[in-house]
Design a protein around this ligand. Structure first.
Ligand code: ATP
Ligand code: MG
Length: 439
C-alpha cells in the first residue's frame, strides 16, 4: 500500500532499507536494561516496538546515548496498562514516560503528520501543528527532523529500518533534513538550532541543502517562545561542545537570536569574543572531567560586555561602580529574558558575579578576608580569571586574590556551598526547605 506523503516531503522511496543485525554495530549490551525491558514487554504483548532517535544514532556512531526513546503502535492507554511505573504526559499528543529510578524511557505512539494546509495552527511553543493522528512506522518517519534521527532499531529481529537514507548519512557524517528544508524549518524553526547542536556534538557537516536556508530563516526564531529557547540554550551550551556550537551559531547568524545584546558587541569588541571562547572552553573541559558547571556562570560571561558597557555609561553620569553594575545588570537581564527565558536562579547568580567584580577591587582592611567566605566568592574569582584570560587588565588583581586564598584556606572553605564542605556536624541540620529545592 502506498501512503500519501505530506506535501513538504519529496518523493522518497517508501520501501525501507532493512539492515540486518549482521550488518550493523548495535549490540543489546549497549542499550540500557530499562529500555530493553520496555521494548521486550511491548513486543511480548503483541505490539511493534522500536528504539528510535538519538539513541540509535549515537550507538551507530559508538557514542554513549544520553537517553533512549521508544516508539510503538500501542496507544498511550495501552502502554499504561503494560507499565505500572508509567505516566502519560502532553495534551494534544500524549507520550508515556516509563520511570525506572532516575532513568526515564520515553515511549511514543507512531504518528502520522498529514499536512492539512488550512487546518494548521500554531502551538504555544511556536510549532505548526498539523492534523496529527496516530499512524504506523511509515507515517512516523516523515515527521522526524534529520535522516540520522529517523532510524528505527527493531527489537523483533534487531535489524535497523531506514526509510530516509539515514545509514548513508551516518557513514558520510552529515545532517540532512527529511523533506524540503525550507518547509521543515518554517514548520519548526528550532530545527535550525538542532542542526547546529548535532553538527557540533557529532562533528557532522550540515548538507548544503539543509544549511543554505538557515541564515535566511534565522529570524523565525523570534517567534519561538522564550521558555523553549531556554531549553535549547541548555542543550546547546551544556552538552560538552559549547565552543564548537558557539562558532557554528555565529557562522549561521543564529547567535543573535539567542543573545542579541551579546551578539551586537562581538563585532565591535574583540575582547568580548575572547571572553566567550574562554568561557565555553572552560565549560567543555569541566564537563569532560565530570566537574559540575553552572549555567549562571556562563550567562554572566555571555552578558558581561553589554553589562559593562551600560555600567560605564552610568558611571560617566556619576553613579558609583557597584550601583552602576546593579542597574546595568537589571536592564540587560530584563532585555535578555524576553528572548530566552533564563530562570531567576540563573540570572541572580550572574548578577552576583557581576557586582562582585567591583567588590574584588577593594583590597583594603578586613573586607577581602570576609569576601573569601562569601558563597559566591569562588564563582566571582573564576570570573575574574576569565576576564584576565580574555585580555582585561585584571591579572595583578587575580594574582593578589590567589595569594590571599593560599594564605587563608579556612576562610575559603567556609564559603563553599553545602555539600562541598568537609566539616563534621554534631547534629543533622533540619531542612529549612522541605521541597529540597534549596532556594
Ligand atoms: P539527544 O537526545 O541526543 O539530544 P535526540 O535526537 O534524541 O538527541 P530528542 O530531542 O531527544 O533528540 O528527540 C528524539 C527524536 O524525536 C529525534 O531524534 C527526532 O527523531 C525527533 N524530534 C525531536 N525534536 C524534533 C523536532 N523539533 N522536529 C522533528 N523531529 C524531532
Ligand atoms: Mg533523545
Amino acid at each position: 500500500m502506498t501512503k500519501e506523503l505530506p506535501d513538504n516531503i519529496h518523493r522518497l522511496p517508501v520501501e525501507p532499507r532493512i539492515i540486518p543485525r549482521s550488518d550493523h554495530n548495535i549490540s543489546r549490551n549497549d542499550i540500557s536494561d530499562n529500555a530493553l525491558k520496555v521494548l521486550y514487554r511491548l513486543a511480548n504483548a503483541g505490539y511493534k516496538a522500536y528504539l528510535v532517535g538519538g539513541g540509535v544514532r549515537d550507538l551507530l556512531l559508538d557514542i554513549k546515548p544520553k537517553d533512549f526513546d521508544v516508539v510503538t503502535d500501542a496507544h498511550p492507554e495501552q502502554i499504561r496498562e503494560l507499565f505500572r511505573n508509567c505516566r502519560l504526559i502532553g495534551r494534544r499528543f500524549r507520550l508515556a514516560h516509563v520511570r525506572f529510578g532516575p532513568e526515564i524511557i520515553e515511549v511514543s505512539t507512531f504518528r502520522a503528520c498529514h499536512s492539512g494546509g488550512e487546518g494548521d495552527t500554531e502551538s504555544s511553543d511556536g510549532r505548526i501543528l498539523r492534523d496529527n493522528v496516530y499512524g504506523d512506522i511509515d507515517d512516523d518517519v516523515w515527521r522526524r527532523d534529520f535522516s540520522v534521527n529517523a532510524l528505527f532499531y527493531n527489537i523483533d529481529d534487531f535489524s535497523i529500518v531506514d526509510y530516509v537514507g539515514g545509514m548513508n548519512d551516518i557513514r558520510d557524517r552529515q545532517l540532512r533534513l527529511i523533506g524540503d528544508p525550507q518547509a521543515r524549518y518554517r514548520e519548526d524553526p528550532v530545527r535550525m538550532l538542532r542542526a547546529i547542536r548535532f553538527a557540533a556534538k557529532l562533528d557532522f557537516s550540515i548538507h548544503a541543502d539543509s544549511a543554505r536556508p538557515i541564515p535566511v530563516l534565522a529570524t523565525l526564531l523570534n517567534d519561538i517562545p522564550p521558555a523553549r529557547l531556554f531549553e535549547e540554550f541548555i542543550k546547546l551550551f551544556l552538552g560538552g561542545t559549547a565552543h564548537k556550537t558557539y562558532e557554528l551559531l555565529c557562522e549561521y547568524d543564529l547567535f543573535t537570536y539567542l543573545f542579541p545584546q551579546s551578539a551586537a558587541m562581538i563585532k565591535t569588541h574583540a575582547q568580548h569574543g575572547e571572553l566567550l571562547r574562554h568561557a565555553f572552553n572552560n565549560t567543555d573541559q569541566r564537563l569532560a572531567e565530570n566537574k559540575p558547571v553552572t549555567p549562571g556562570f556562563l550567562v554572566a560571561a555571555l552578558l558581561w560586555a553589554p553589562v559593562r558597557q551600560l555600567a560605564d555609561e552610568h558611571e560617566r553620569h556619576g553613579l558609583p561602580e557597584l550601583e552602576a553594575l546593579h542597574l546595568a545588570g537589571d536592564a540587560v537581564v530584563s532585555r535578555q529574558v524576553s528572548q530566552v527565558a533564563l530562570p531567576r536562579r540563573i540570572t541572580l547568580m550572574a548578577r552576583e558575579i557581576w557586582t562582585m567584580q567591583s567588590r574584588l577591587k577593594r583590597r583594603q582592611g578586613k573586607r577581602p578576608l570576609r569576601l573569601l567566605s562569601h558563597p559566591r566568592f569562588r564563582a566571582a574569582y573564576d570570573f575574574l580569571l576569565l576576564r584576565a584570560q580574555s585580555g582585561e587588565h585584571v591579572t595583578d588583581l587575580a594574582e593578589w586574590w590567589q595569594n590571599l586564598q593560599q594564605e587563608h584556606p579556612d576562610a575559603v572553605a567556609a564559603g563553599k556551598p553545602r555539600g562541598e564542605q568537609v566539616r563534621k556536624r554534631r547534629r543533622p541540620r533540619r531542612r529549612s526547605n522541605p521541597s529540597g529545592d534549596g532556594r
